[in-house]
Design a protein around this ligand. Structure first.
Ligand code: VGL
Ligand code: ZN
Length: 219
């Protein structure tokens, strides 16, 4: 793979934040094991001066996805939520990634590289798993704009969690017309039992699932 042909490839790092590590408030099992592979991807992207984008789950403390904001409910219970005229099922989460807290910070191995930052989940009334838009497609982040303006045609995706934010980000990337590759050893799910079905869904929608050792993404 020559480096010039990689000019149109962007690296998209989803929610690599302290609250999603094993010691955080919404721990993703084995999350920290992806960090060395994420660092390898960053080094590779930097080698061709590629665009590196990081999303940051960035909730106000009154966010509707937090169980504590629904009296009588526990984390991982579900509720029916209506937003913008659409009713859908919302999983309730432990309080996580509250704006300005340590847990909301990008892990330092990512932050050190000053990626382009996309904050999401800022509207207290609706959750936002995808890096492109909230769960009801009411509001969009600037991600598609940034990718189009940089003539990106392919996105390499890594981060947390495979079964929520990573999955929805990959599915939207395909909808926006990008070739989409998920790096299997640089992502982990909140619910390990859901990993296989998440990957099957992604494959069926055209997302490539490849290891970080793939010749496509190493030199
Ligand atoms: C995520 C649940 C709630 C994620 C974010 O990053 O996958 N999951 N907020
Ligand atoms: Zn969240």
């Amino acid at each position: 793979m020559n480096l010039q042909s990689l000019k149109t490839v962007a690296l998209l790092l989803v929610d690599v934040q302290y609250d999603f590590l094993e010691t955080g408030t919404l721990p993703v099992p084995e999350a920290s094991t992806i960090i060395p592979n994420v660092e390898k991807l960053i080094t590779f992207a930097e080698s061709y001066q590629g665009v590196i984008i990081a999303t940051q789950d960035w909730h106000p403390s009154n966010h509707t996805s937090f169980a504590k904001n629904h009296p009588g409910k526990q984390p991982f219970d579900t509720v029916q939520l209506t937003y913008d005229g659409i009713t859908s099922t919302q999983v309730l989460w432990p309080t996580h990634c509250v704006q300005g807290t340590h847990g909301a910070e990008l892990v330092k191995e990512v932050a050190l590289h000053s990626p382009i930052l996309m904050q999401k989940g800022t509207n207290e009334l609706v959750d936002s798993y995808s890096a492109f838009a909230d769960n009801q497609y009411h509001s969009f982040t600037s991600l598609a704009r940034v990718l189009y303006r940089n003539d990106i045609d392919t996105v390499i995706v890594a981060g947390l969690a495979t079964d929520y934010c990573v999955k929805l980000t990959c599915l939207d990337a395909v909808k926006f017309g990008f070739n989409t590759l998920l790096i299997q050893d640089a992502t982990k799910p909140v619910v390990p039992a859901d990993m296989a079905s998440s990957l099957d869904t992604l494959r069926s929608k055209g997302v490539g699932i490849v290891p970080s050792t793939s010749e496509f993404i190493s030199d």
